[in-house]
Design a protein around this ligand. Structure first.
Ligand code: DER
Length: 241
């Protein structure tokens, strides 16, 4: 199957297996989560699902959900969700994730930490044996003195060997092209930390990044995954920590 078909298989499977009527559902961001949102809209339209409210993790997911007529709320009125469904850029054998390729990591992490169940939907290209070389670690930073913050990050011992790259892109999308600095939904910048080898101590690096004043959050999602639904050419597998 094409990669898009794999994304559709895993996105649909997540909704079919984990969303029940009456739930509060977190909607992820990206080309895989797109299919989960599509399936949710389809099942609400058909009446297979009822009494659902959803919380989007980005402006573009909010817009997709609105176009499908999915009733939307926010964390301000719903601090607890039943289930959140989202993609990932990399998944290691310990179910640790790299997220943020689409620039939505802060809202994703806030929503997914508030969910009782967090379902990760990937195609097999996202699986890795260790975080780092497979996908740069996105870090959301404040625009104020961002070059200073990037220097502080690259001086962290736990980030030794990383090459920080300020994410560029036109304000209308999150593509890493364009000649202006990419701005997140929250008005911040993103620096991508490129590693040539596996990160030695992921939890330590995550903790160190979080402590840097000027860092809002990072794309390491550890200890959050309830299940990974992976679509590959051999079929769809569901694995749990
Ligand atoms: O930005 C994000 O966190 C996205 O969920 C990303 O991790 C996965 O996006 P994709 O499904 O388009 O690869």
């Amino acid at each position: 199957s094409t990669q898009d078909e794999l994304k559709k298989q895993t996105g649909y499977r997540a909704v079919d297996d984990y969303v029940r009527s009456g739930m509060v559902v977190g909607l992820g961001t990206g080309s895989t989560a797109y299919y989960a949102v599509e399936r949710l809209g389809e099942k609400l339209k058909s009446g297979e699902l009822t009494d659902i409210v959803a919380i989007p993790t980005s402006i573009r997911t909010k817009e997709q959900a609105e176009s499908l007529g999915i009733p939307l709320v926010t964390l301000d009125t719903h601090s607890k969700l039943d289930v959140a469904i989202d993609g990932a850029d990399n998944v290691d054998p310990g179910f640790n994730l790299v997220k943020g390729g689409g620039g939505a990591l802060l809202r994703e992490k806030m929503v997914e930490l508030a969910a009782d169940t967090f379902i990760v939907i990937v195609d097999e290209s996202k699986l890795c044996d260790g975080l780092g070389p497979g996908f740069p670690i996105p870090v959301e930073i404040t625009p104020f003195c961002h070059e200073h913050t990037i220097r502080v990050i690259s001086d962290l011992p736990s980030c030794a060997g990383c090459k920080p790259v300020l994410r560029m892109g036109s304000s209308s999308n999150n593509k890493c092209d364009g000649d202006e600095i990419a701005v997140t939904d929250n008005g911040n910048y993103i620096v991508d930390l490129h590693f040539t080898g596996n990160i030695k101590n992921v939890p330590k690096m995550a903790a160190d990044l979080k402590r840097v004043c000027g860092v809002v959050d990072h794309g390491i999602f550890s200890g959050m995954t309830s299940a990974v639904i992976c679509a590959g050419n051999e079929g769809v597998t569901v694995t749990t920590p």
